[in-house]
Design a binder for this molecule. Sequence first.
Ligand code: FNR
Length: 189
Amino acid sequence: MDKIKILAIVGSLRKDSFNKQLALIAKEVIGDRAEFNILDYHNIPMMNEDIERPEPESIRRVRDEVRACDAIWFFTPEYNHFFSGVLKNLLDWLSRQIDEEQPPLLAKKPAAVSGITPGMFGTVLSQDHLVTLLSWLDMDIMNTPRLTIPHALTQLDEEGKLILQKSRKYLERQADAFLNFIQNRMQNK
Ligand code: FNR
């Protein structure tokens, strides 16, 4: 069997994003058990039906990456008890069918959800909203375990880099569970 391809989608464009750092630690935890790439979508336009056709080049590239992966792992911040606007914009683009012959891009794709915040609720609310949207898009969501990490500032080193002393074991458990989840789905195809 080919190596599983996991695509990480981080809902923050911030350079030092804790969620991006969490995705990078997840990549390390996954190790050589799967390919793990972080989607770069910082330059996609805002959804506007006037520019949907022809497909903008940046959108074609992100759609190709999504089509090629076996599963998507979301790392979401929480903005006003919701997930971010940039992530909603990306998902709006990914939800649209350009070629009616192709199956919907996200439908039945295995998905896992994690998030980290300096706040006290660990992105629970943003994850609940995100799961509602992913479910509408017919993704195959791994509902347990989800990973919600509060108080990010307590898990940094002296330079302010996320090291995840307390939560690493939960990330490891989620990574193991997600790999099993994806393998099961691929075997039953
Ligand atoms: C936030 N933040 C935030 N945090 C939280 O726990 N609950 C919330 O509802 C919000 N709301 C919110 C709104 C907006 C517009 C911003 C910019 C920020 C703080 C947020 O969790 C913090 O900035 C994180 O560091 C963002 O994630 P990244 O960029 O570190 O991944």
